[in-house]
Ligand binder design. Structure first.
Ligand code: C2E
Ligand code: CA
Ligand code: CA
Ligand code: CA
Length: 279
């Protein structure tokens, strides 16, 4: 048993070292990713549950490293956040998303709102609102076509400050969403203070709801809570027809997930937008 315990510890230490090395490597490489042009955006459609009509696109960051290959956001967003690299990277994401959205419109495609994820560091950056204004001005995109996704924990971190920044953003004319809802610890009393348009049910709930009645009950309560506060509800990570049917039955408004489309590069979206216009 003692031997097994020692092996266990050695295994744990090896795993720790691997994690530390990976982190160091990611951090060192991420420092240059922007200037080396290794970052790009993919876009995933959001659609109305009843009609299937597209209502917008979420911009998702992709990092293509010459030797590491495609690095998933889950492997580098945390590092970017801890090191502060997320601020310049996030600024680039907002600019690239606005420019792309404007380019689709200039090409005569049906306009779609584009949603950008904001991290805690970006949201608490005093320059955020000015950065957004500059990105809109420089791209020529009207604010009504930009949406910002903020996580629940980011908003709850400092409620007063969050409400103030969100109010300034809303005044610009952009839309706001609460992302990953249900994974943080929202105080329901605060929820009504936030000037948001959409609430996104985290994909873990959608994944488990049909197998677990408690999760299904949570999903139904989130939908009715959101509606009572006048928020529209988007379900994330919808992969099956059965999930879609359930969400429709309980009046969820919109969905996003592999069932309709995976995130894809801008040219794939352009042909999707062309098809929409032809319908
Ligand atoms: P998120 O904001 O919750 O984005 C949704 C994630 O779910 C995306 O993962 C998307 O590819 C994935 N997804 C969409 N539909 C399905 C589905 O049907 N099934 C499953 N299993 N997954 C689905 P992705 O692109 O790997 O991004 C992961 C996370 O990284 C995002 O989660 C977001 O928190 C963060 N992220 C991505 N881009 C950015 C960015 O530009 N800035 C910041 N701050 N965070 C970002
Ligand atoms: Ca999101
Ligand atoms: Ca999400
Ligand atoms: Ca998520």
């Amino acid at each position: 048993a003692k031997e097994a315990g020692r092996n266990q510890i050695q295994f744990y230490e090896a795993a720790m070292h691997a994690r530390v090395n990976e982190r160091t490597l990611i951090e060192a490489e991420l420092r240059h990713a922007l200037e080396r042009g290794e970052l790009s955006l993919h876009f995933q459609p959001k659609v109305k549950l009843l009609s299937g009509e597209m209502t917008g696109l979420e911009a998702l960051l992709r990092w293509h490293h010459p030797t590491l290959g495609m690095v998933a956001p889950t492997r580098f967003i945390g590092v970017a956040e801890e090191t502060g690299l997320i601020v310049p990277i996030g600024r680039w994401v907002v600019r690239a998303a606005c420019a792309q959205c404007q380019a689709w419109q200039a090409a005569g495609l049906a306009p779609q709102r584009v949603a950008v994820n904001l991290s805690m560091r970006q949201f608490s950056d005093p320059g955020l609102v000015d950065d957004i204004i500059a990105a809109l001005d420089d791209s020529g995109l009207k604010p009504q076509w930009l949406e910002l996704e903020l996580t629940e924990s980011l908003m709850m971190h400092n409620v007063g400050a969050a409400v103030e920044v969100m109010t300034r953003l809303k005044k610009l004319g952009v839309s706001l969403s609460i992302d990953d809802f249900g994974t943080g610890y929202s105080s329901l009393a605060y929820l009504r203070l936030f000037p948001v348009d959409y609430l996104k049910i985290d994909q873990s709930f959608v994944r488990d709801m049909l197998a677990n009645p408690n999760v299904a009950a949570i999903v139904r309560s989130i939908i009715s809570l959101a509606h009572s506060l006048d928020f529209k509800v988007v379900a994330e990570g919808v992969e099956t027809e059965a999930q879609l049917a359930y969400l429709r039955r309980y009046q969820c408004d919109e969905m996003q997930g592999y069932l309709f489309s995976r995130p894809q590069p801008a040219d794939g979206i352009a042909s999707l937008l062309g098809q929409e216009a032809a319908l």
